[in-house]
Design a protein around this ligand. Structure first.
Ligand code: AMP
Ligand code: MG
Length: 536
């Protein structure tokens, strides 16, 4: 019998609201915008909305809290996860955190439009915090409205689930629900205000703590509270580290460095660019969190960023992500220093991050080209040259690696006039692949063949390895936009279809090949497909 047939109903979910139970609350209970000191959160209720309507639900995410598919399509579900109704054991709150935004300390930020409903313990004893995003203002909303629009909510919903199925640590998404209300947005900050449909996403995570939760306490000199929060984190999310005290804090920081390095290796593997790697968007569990103006590399280009706000500095571009991960970890190290009072172990962990990232990158890139392990010197060159070649002409990253598996490596012995036919699909301007490009590419293919021969593995094994790490289907920027366009007209079918497609990103799915096609020309410069802002 599967878990879902014995599922608890919504009414009988088990809550254990540990965060609010063990950490100090803001004593002020009214919901107005303010600086909140001496506390980790403020109690706040979601704002009711006119007409909740389910757009889509992830049944896999629902299964994590033992809810059946039937339960997710009930009226009660829509009422709860739009913020209109609370279950008796829910105790909603917004968290206080700060953050470094684009390299500068920004002071208090906090859950400006996120409200945690409570912590569910599932039948396997796992903890899942339920969090609504876009359910109205909180004390941390600053100048903004606390709301979210359908377009960004669909993007967050689909990408969270897609990342999970790619095998990448992430917060999950249970549902996206329209509110029946309109929300004003100035999408490109140019004064063209539009009314857009409002929506609420329910996110799920074992913890929503961010680097910024610790930074705000350190910045305010609230060292006792900082220690309480760190002790809480260790007890709740890192129990294997065995307690508190300076050594446990150091071990914890090491682990955060490790999981962050692993996370960014994964992002690089699939061509994901987060877009806003501020310290308030860095999960203490090393999860991908806060899907805003993210994007997927289509043409492989190291300095690509989807975020228009970052178009000038390119701080959060694809190739900068590893370095920015470390920069953010330095901020976390500074924040927890008062509990450790010794720089050296923190520096060691930061160096370990570099080492781990580099080793992770090498192994990951080796696997992407089908090698069973990375051999220094030879493989450095092989991988480096490939990364350079990918940028000589606009080359679709996802298609290229998938198709490279189909190239018959054994038959590549001498240079030909044209790149292998199976690869042509990957190029946005195939006419640019003759001449010098072709020569350089064949030189690379020859080295590649020699390397494969020295490894002595079968072509079959090489292909399997490649297809296990190189997804066929990712949430291409234009696919998400097409689903949004339809949903804004009231047709949610494509949202559901993409959710389903992206459950098996490494499988061929013969009926759905069109979702693996390279970006069509109409999407090249269309907002939402190539450029995104933080307005959401
Ligand atoms: P982000 O860039 O989405 O990570 O958000 C940075 C900060 O702004 C966080 O504290 C968010 O909660 C807050 N924020 C973003 N959008 C809104 C909004 N519409 N209403 C209230 N707060 C928001
Ligand atoms: Mg954020």
């Amino acid at each position: 019998m599967t878990m879902s047939t014995t599922a608890a109903s919504l009414q009988s979910l088990t809550f254990d609201n540990r965060f609010v139970g063990e950490l100090p609350a803001d004593p002020q209970s009214e919901n107005y915008r303010r600086q909140v000191t001496g506390a980790c959160y403020s109690r706040v209720k979601p704002t009711s909305v006119a007409e909740p309507r389910l757009v889509s639900c992830s049944f896999e995410a629902a299964g994590l809290i033992d809810l059946t598919a039937e339960e997710c399509t009930t009226e009660l579900f829509a009422q709860i996860f739009a913020g209109n109704q609370l279950l008796p054991e829910m105790d909603p709150y917004a968290m206080c955190y700060g953050g470094h935004q684009f390299g500068n300390w920004a002071g208090q930020l906090g859950d400006g439009r996120a409200i945690n409903l409570g912590e569910v313990i599932n039948a396997r004893g796992q903890r899942w915090i339920l969090q609504l995003k876009g359910a109205g203002p909180t004390p941390y909303s600053r100048q903004a409205d606390g709301l979210a629009v359908l377009r960004s909510s669909i993007r967050e919903f689909l990408c969270s689930e897609a990342m999970h199925h790619l095998g990448i640590p992430t917060t999950r998404a249970l549902s996206v629900i329209t509110t029946g209300e309109l929300v004003e947005r100035d999408m490109f900050y140019d004064g063209r205000i539009k009314e857009e449909p409002g929506a609420v996403v329910c996110r799920m995570s074992p913890s929503f703590l961010r680097f910024g939760n610790y930074e705000i306490l350190a910045a305010r000199g609230e060292t006792d509270l900082l220690q309480r929060l760190v002790d809480y984190t260790l007890r709740t999310d890192f129990p294997h580290l065995g307690g508190a005290g300076a050594q446990a804090y150091i071990d914890w920081f090491h682990q955060v460095c490790r999981t962050t390095a692993q996370l960014i290796v994964h992002w690089m593997r699939v061509g994901f660019v987060h877009g806003v790697m501020n310290t308030d968007n860095m999960s203490i569990l090393g999860l991908t969190i806060d899907y805003g103006p993210y994007g997927w590399l289509e043409g492989y280009q190291s300095d690509w960023t989807p975020n228009t706000t970052d178009a000038h500095g390119r701080r959060y571009s694809y190739a900068n992500q590893p370095q920015m991960g470390q920069w953010n970890l330095v901020q976390l190290a500074n924040a927890i220093y008062p509990l450790i009072k010794d720089v050296k172990p923190l520096q060691e962990a930061l160096s370990e991050y570099n080492r781990l990232f580099l080793d992770g990158w090498n192994d990951m890139m080796a696997a992407k080209i089908g090698l069973d392990s990375f051999v220094p010197h030879t493989d450095d060159r092989l991988i480096g040259e490939l990364v350079d070649i990918l940028q000589l002409t606009e080359t679709d990253m996802t298609i290229f690696f998938r198709k490279l598996a189909e190239v018959d490596a054994e038959s590549v012995s001498e240079a030909q006039e044209k790149v292998p036919a199976v690869l042509l699909e990957a190029y946005y301007s195939p006419e640019e692949t003759s001449g010098d490009y072709c020569q350089r590419f064949f030189a690379w293919l020859r080295d590649y063949r020699l390397r494969l021969q020295s490894a002595g593995e079968s072509e079959k094994r090489r292909r399997e390895r490649m297809n296990g790490v190189n997804p066929k289907y990712v949430l291409r920027n234009y696919l998400a936009q097409m689903a949004i366009d339809k949903a804004e007209e009231g047709d949610n079918q494509l949202v559901g279809e993409l959710l389903d497609l992206l459950k098996n990103p490494y499988d061929e799915q013969p009926d759905r090949q069109h979702f693996a096609a390279k970006r069509p020309e109409w999407a090249r410069n269309r907002p939402g497909c190539s450029t995104l802002s933080c307005s959401s």
